[in-house]
Design a protein around this ligand. Structure first.
Ligand code: SF4
Ligand code: SF4
Length: 548
């Protein structure tokens, strides 16, 4: 049997270390792979590069089938804030851009760029950034973005987004805990490249001003488990050589999952990230040491993220160790290089949080820190038994949740209740399932509930949007109706006024005509009277003449 907990650092922590609730001590299995120097494997004939990061949107290919590419050349660009650039991991020919099986628990296919390598492994021209201290904040963020750097601790979250927030950040924590059994790539990276990791961390720290001590550099804490004594020594030597005295080592006891973001923050600061909150709410930003190494390479060497350290291990793996592996290398290629029988099972990630790769033609992704090869026979899942309400899961939970309640409600599809029990604070560490005497795959229930809740939220958002569109349409129709009616009313009013005005004109005309008629009548009467008088006078005169 492998000797567990074989070597502990005698180096005591430089800052106080606090407690976290729960946690478990699974057999470490780390000595299988942490003693050999980082090596390379023969290049695969074909690289299958999945363009969708774990935490991001898909990136858009900028190459076409038949294109020849050089190592490091951009092959896909970010289509939004939650995605990152992809670069050719080697030189060769773009053979296909198509759906291929991907390294995902679902075993589904997704869009991949398939690169047929030419064996020359020829780089494109690389442009190092020069002195990073002379660069502006925006220049630093742009280079991190364009170099395709994502969090290499497992989440694959695009680093430029995590680094956006500037205000209120007081400390940078480097996560070197690497608490999952079997995985040793960060340990080995620090043993061999601590100096480069710290130079990368310095670039990250330069993005922030120290709010606690204006004018001074941001404090950096490295959280590392005490089962990595050689890495701890290497870090101290590198820090002293570089004279980076603002870096403090927090050596934490080995316990799973001390490397969880919230858990490590609590261990090294004593502070708890608020429910639903972010480390930045506490003035903390955390990055994995492998991410800092990738940042170092992007600035000092001009290298984009095209490969990563991967631990190849497991009882049936004959080539155990840590290898620098191009992104997109098929698991099948790694199986053959590890001299593992074809009827094996490959687990990506550790035994606690990892998942089985259902199709070994899938390529490794930026988040792939470990492949554990197991004999297919040894991986038979113990039968799931009824919950005996022993409470062991609750004691093991590092997030102080009630895993048993979450399980019952998830099983009964009572998703609202799982949310009441803070399902989304579950980090899916698997500590509860590890201690469960009934072999209940608790994390699978939580993932099931989470994905249902997410689906329901997506559906709700869709129907809310459809309802809003419908309401907006009805409102538009009503508005058009109102506007038409208003228009008609105004037109009728105008007509009425016009008619009224026309009526008034006619009356005036009639009055004038009547007046004229009266005047004319009077004139006629007057004229008649004059004529009569004249006739009468003439008659009188004639009579007078007759009589005289
Ligand atoms: S550990 Fe397993 S059996 Fe015990 S309470 Fe939790 S779910 Fe039930
Ligand atoms: S998987 Fe979730 S519920 Fe289980 S121990 Fe981890 S955080 Fe707690």
């Amino acid at each position: 049997m492998e000797k567990d907990l074989i070597e502990r650092s005698n180096y005591s922590s430089e800052i106080p270390v606090y407690q976290i609730p729960g946690g478990v001590h699974p057999t470490e299995h780390k000595t299988q792979s942490n003693s050999q120097a980082i090596a390379k494997l023969p290049l695969a004939d074909e690289l299958v590069i999945n363009l969708k990061g774990q935490a991001g949107n898909r990136t858009l290919p900028v190459v076409a089938i038949g294109d020849k590419v050089l190592k490091g050349q951009v092959i896909a660009e970010s289509d939004g804030v939650f995605s990152s650039f992809y670069h050719a991991p080697s030189s060769g020919l773009i053979k296909a851009i198509e759906q291929r099986p991907i390294a995902h628990p679902s075993g589904l296919t997704d869009l991949c760029v398939v690169l047929e390598t030419d064996g020359a492994d020829k780089w494109c021209e690389l442009t190092p950034a020069g002195d990073p201290s002379s660069l502006s904040r925006q220049e630093i963020l742009s280079r991190i973005f364009e170099s395709g750097i994502v969090g290499l601790g497992g989440a694959s979250f695009p680093s430029h987004i995590k680094l956006q927030r500037q205000q209120g950040i007081d400390s940078l924590i480097l996560n070197a805990a690497e608490c999952e059994p079997y995985i040793t790539c960060d340990d080995r990276l620090l043993q061999e490249h601590s100096e480069q990791v710290l130079l990368g961390a310095k670039i990250v720290a330069s993005l922030y001003s120290n709010n606690s001590e204006p004018g001074s550099e941001l404090g950096i804490i490295i959280g590392i488990e005490d089962n990595k004594p050689k890495a701890i020594d290497a870090l101290i030597q590198a820090r002293d050589k570089l004279k980076f005295q603002n870096i403090k080592l927090a050596v934490v006891p080995t316990k799973y999952p001390s490397g969880g973001e919230k858990q490590l923050i609590q261990l090294v600061t004593g502070k708890q990230v608020p429910q639903g909150g972010l480390p930045a709410d506490l003035g903390i930003v955390m990055h994995n040491v492998a991410t800092c190494f990738a940042i170092y390479e992007a600035f000092y060497l001009g290298k984009p993220l095209i490969d990563r350290l991967v631990t190849l291990t497991g009882e049936v793996c004959l080539n155990k160790g840590n290898y620098r592996i191009p992104i997109g290398t098929p698991i099948e290629h790694l199986r053959k290089a590890s001299q593992v029988e074809s009827e094996c099972t490959a687990i990506m990630g550790g035994p606690m949080m990892g998942f089985e790769i259902l199709d070994k033609q899938a390529g490794i992704v930026k988040a792939s820190n470990c492949i554990i090869f197991k004999s297919a026979q040894t991986l038979t899942q113990a039968a799931e038994l009824p919950c005996i309400r022993c409470g062991a899961c609750m004691d093991a939970c590092p997030a102080s949740l009630l895993p048993q309640q979450l399980y019952w409600h998830a099983k009964a599809d009572e998703f609202e209740k799982t949310e009441d029990y803070n399902l989304f604070d579950c980090i899916e560490c698997g500590a509860c399932a590890y201690v469960c005497p009934s072999n209940i795959p608790l994390v699978q229930y939580y993932r099931y509930a989470k994905s249902n809740i997410r689906d329901q939220k997506i559906e709700k958002a869709k129907s809310d949007k459809a309802r809003e569109r419908h309401e907006a349409r009805l409102e538009r129709i009503e508005r058009v109706k109102r506007e038409k009616a208003e228009k008609h009313k105004k037109a009728a009013e105008a007509r009425r006024k016009a008619a009224e005005a026309a009526g008034q004109t006619d009356a005036k005309k009639a009055a004038v005509a009547a007046a004229l008629a009266r005047v004319n009548k009077k004139k006629a009467q007057a004229s008649q009277e004059t004529d009569d008088n004249t006739t009468n006078q003439a008659t009188d005169n004639h009579s007078k003449d007759e009589s005289s």
